[in-house]
Design a protein around this ligand. Structure first.
Ligand SMILES: [Zn+2]
Length: 179
């Protein structure tokens, strides 16, 4: 049994079973991870208030083959604007599990703190994460036009404006990565 004591950005939380909560955390040391917490949904749970989406918390995790959160202390709450909420959704979809990357962690922390999340910043992050090739031009995966404007984080697809408007999923889920 190992114990971890880490700073984590809370990307997502969802209910799991009757009482448990499943958290998606982004940490410097372990990368993106999932951890469960027992009884967090009880109204009286002290832990629950320490772990809202879009906050930075110090967490204590016990590793028994799966990660269980046993304690947490909220350190910072990022402003939850529409832009920040969309950014958390993007990170939750795109960051790979269990691949720590300190530079990327600090970059994301600074972006969330500033609350300034422009199409250029999304383009930059996708480059850092290796989704955008260093050489050659990005092309729309719908029509092969070379004017890519949107990124679909669920399908990892780059799209032009026309194809994004024709998309099967709603445009709210697309990320604008260029003007
Ligand atoms: Zn297209």
């Amino acid at each position: 049994m190992t114990e971890h004591y880490l700073k984590a950005i809370i990307l997502d939380r969802s209910s799991w079973g009757n009482q448990d909560v499943l958290l998606t955390l982004y940490t410097k040391e372990l990368g993106k991870i999932r951890a469960s917490s027992k009884s967090m949904r009880k109204i009286t749970s002290k832990l629950s208030g320490q772990l809202p989406i879009g906050s930075l918390a110090t967490v204590r995790l016990v590793d028994n083959g799966y990660l269980r959160l046993v304690d947490a202390l909220k350190e910072e709450q990022f402003d939850l604007t529409d832009d920040t909420i969309k950014h958390l959704y993007f990170l939750d979809e795109v960051i790979p599990f269990n691949q720590p990357d300190r530079d990327l962690w600090y970059t994301i922390y600074e972006i969330l703190r500033s609350g300034v999340i422009t199409p250029r910043i999304y383009g930059h992050l996708l480059g850092l994460m290796g989704f955008i090739p260093q050489e050659g031009q990005l092309i729309c995966q719908g029509c092969r036009a070379n004017k890519v404007v949107y990124f679909d984080p669920r399908d990892i697809m780059f799209l032009c404006t026309n194809c994004s408007e024709r998309g099967i999923s709603d445009i709210e889920k697309y990320i604008k990565i260029s003007d």
